[in-house]
Design a binder for this molecule. Structure first.
Ligand code: DX5
Ligand code: ZN
Length: 213
């Protein structure tokens, strides 16, 4: 069964704890987007916010780091309560070492790939990854349109994984009922959705839609 990760980027930050309550019973994990204004144009949250979210919920926290030199901050985010940490391969010259560092901190480790980055780039470290984050938009902002060729990347990853259980395949950007269904059918294990979930009066219903219920 697919897992759903609401992205807090699209929530009302003035009412963070209440926003978590709105999705908590239906979500499998919470996705937190860390942006630095360098790797991506936008600036969002640091460990302080992750720590506040950690206090508000027992759901696993999935931290998506869209920053240059992520190695410098892995331990801070882990201490703040991150259970899963993904780094962008485009921002890391030594991806294997960074993945190893995330594991040493006791978190699940993911490699995120921008639309222009082929998933084949991960072939030699696939067995070391807990998940691959396939971006279906160029990262930086919520509310963008799904890039359909991401589906082909998911299919290729399923093929690369073969009979193994890992890495899980997470897809992020422009996920709604239709694109979520396409991603599920392609083989995605985790759907991240921000504006589709938090932009609704009934986010629980939206999460159910994403599950295909
Ligand atoms: C975009 C972020 C996404 C974002 C998705 O760079 O990585 O997690 O919150 O937002 P939606 O679902 O609105 O495209
Ligand atoms: Zn994200």
């Amino acid at each position: 069964m697919v897992r759903i990760a609401p992205s807090l980027l699209s929530c009302d930050f003035a009412h963070l704890a209440d926003e978590i309550v709105r999705v908590e019973t239906a979500a499998d994990l919470l996705h937190l987007d860390v942006m630095d204004g360098r790797f991506v144009p936008n600036i969002t949250m640091g460990p302080v916010i992750v720590e506040a979210v950690r206090k508000a919920t027992d759901l696993p926290l999935d931290v998506h780091m869209m920053i240059v030199e992520p190695d410098r901050y892995l331990s801070d985010f882990r201490q703040a309560g991150a259970d899963m940490i993904s780094i962008h391969v485009e921002a890391c010259p030594h991806v294997q070492r960074t993945i190893d560092q995330i594991h040493q901190l006791g978190a699940l480790a993911g490699a995120a790939v921008n639309p222009a980055t082929p998933v084949e780039q991960l072939v030699d470290i696939l067995g070391e990854l807990d998940y691959v984050l396939v971006m279906s938009v160029n990262p930086g902002f919520g509310g963008q349109t799904f890039w359909p060729r991401a589906l082909d990347k998911i299919v290729r990853l399923v093929d690369m994984r073969g009979q193994r259980q890992r890495p899980l395949i997470e897809v992020d950007g422009g996920i709604n009922q239709e694109t979520g269904e396409s991603a599920r059918k392609a083989g995605a294990d985790i759907l991240v959705a921000g504006s589709y979930v938090f932009g609704a009066d009934d986010p629980v219903k939206r999460i159910q839609n994403l599950r295909g219920l």
